[in-house]
Design a protein around this ligand. Sequence first.
Ligand SMILES: C[S@@+](CC[C@H](N)C(=O)[O-])C[C@H]1O[C@@H](n2cnc3c(N)ncnc32)[C@H](O)[C@@H]1O
Ligand code: SF4
Length: 369
Amino acid sequence: MKIITLTYETGWHEEESQGYKSYRWMKQKSKCLLKGLQTKGPRQLVIKGGHPFPKEKNPFLSVYANNEKLGVVEILPFTNTYLFPLENTSEKIEIDLELDSIFQPEISKDNRELGMVIEEIKVYSQEASALPQVLELATSTLCNINPPCVMCFTRIFDIWPYKGDLDKTAFDNLIPFLKEFQTISLHGIGEPLLGKKLFTILDNINTDTTFVQFNSNGLLLTEEASRNLIEKGLKLIDFSIDAASPETYKKIRRKDFNLVVNNIKRLNEIKKELGVKHPEIKMNMTLMKENLPEVVSFIELAKSLEAKTVHLGLLNPFKEYIINNAGFIFNYQEQMLDTESEVFQKTIQEAQQKAEELGIELVLEFHKN
Ligand SMILES: C[S@@+](CC[C@H](N)C(=O)[O-])C[C@H]1O[C@@H](n2cnc3c(N)ncnc32)[C@H](O)[C@@H]1O
Ligand code: SF4
């Protein structure tokens, strides 16, 4: 097996890290060298990175491989992945990156020459095992629940500038590689069932070898969508419901609880009619003070909707905000749960007992708030 090496040659600052992520600032022009690459089959240069200044003008990055221009892209705020098809078949590629502007010290509060942040540079090829096993691809960053669910990330990242359907270039570039992943999750920020390319993406995945799934609020799961998803081999839907009663559902997710429940029931009927077991049903509850008392009933609801698994998670620790949803005052900080409190521990114990009694697999994903 060839060992792929990446060397940062000129125009880079030292590596930095934040949490689990490490990254490097590039200067205006920088150079790096990739060696040991697979030489057969289609290949793509992958550059993962961005910049942390959403209110500033985005720089444009020109990318060259062995002196051949691969393209120019606008570098968006936060982390994004930019793909460039590689014609060149060499096992060694010298990459030149050139930005049309850098961030000024008064904006960046940093006197260094700051271009963009690079988290990763690599080459995907069909032949190599260079591809990750899991692909997470949001079909849309829009949502049919608008204004969003009270706790939703989309509300917190209100500065998220790119709302819309999956970008056509990213989509076209990914198509030849979709059959290579072990797992593809078609969600991110937004509602997967809103994505216009959802069914085309499914058409291009080999669902015999790739496990394909997504999270959904389930409200757009019409009978036609259910039949299509079954036909195209979707393996799992994780329904985010967060409540076991219409009242709590309305407070958190603003919509009609019975609509999603009936959509799941109809999906189950169609699966039976067609004699299939997929997509498997999972149900998800993001725990907060408001819905904690409904956890045990949520497991009963999952049983009645033929779900195999229930996933319980916590609110991510974000900044403070308070909103009024039709008289329900949602205070993010106050809704966050203390996992060591007696009430939390007792509820989870009861949930575990109920899940065991009903034969539901319970997945607990709790970080310490
Ligand atoms: C952002 S949604 C996208 C997919 C789809 N719209 C849905 O609701 O499942 C993905 C998951 O993130 C969860 N979520 C949203 N805001 C959250 C927050 N502040 N903390 C933790 N999980 C959150 C949702 O409950 C959902 O299960
Ligand atoms: S349905 Fe999902 S993406 Fe839409 S607002 Fe709710 S949590 Fe956010």
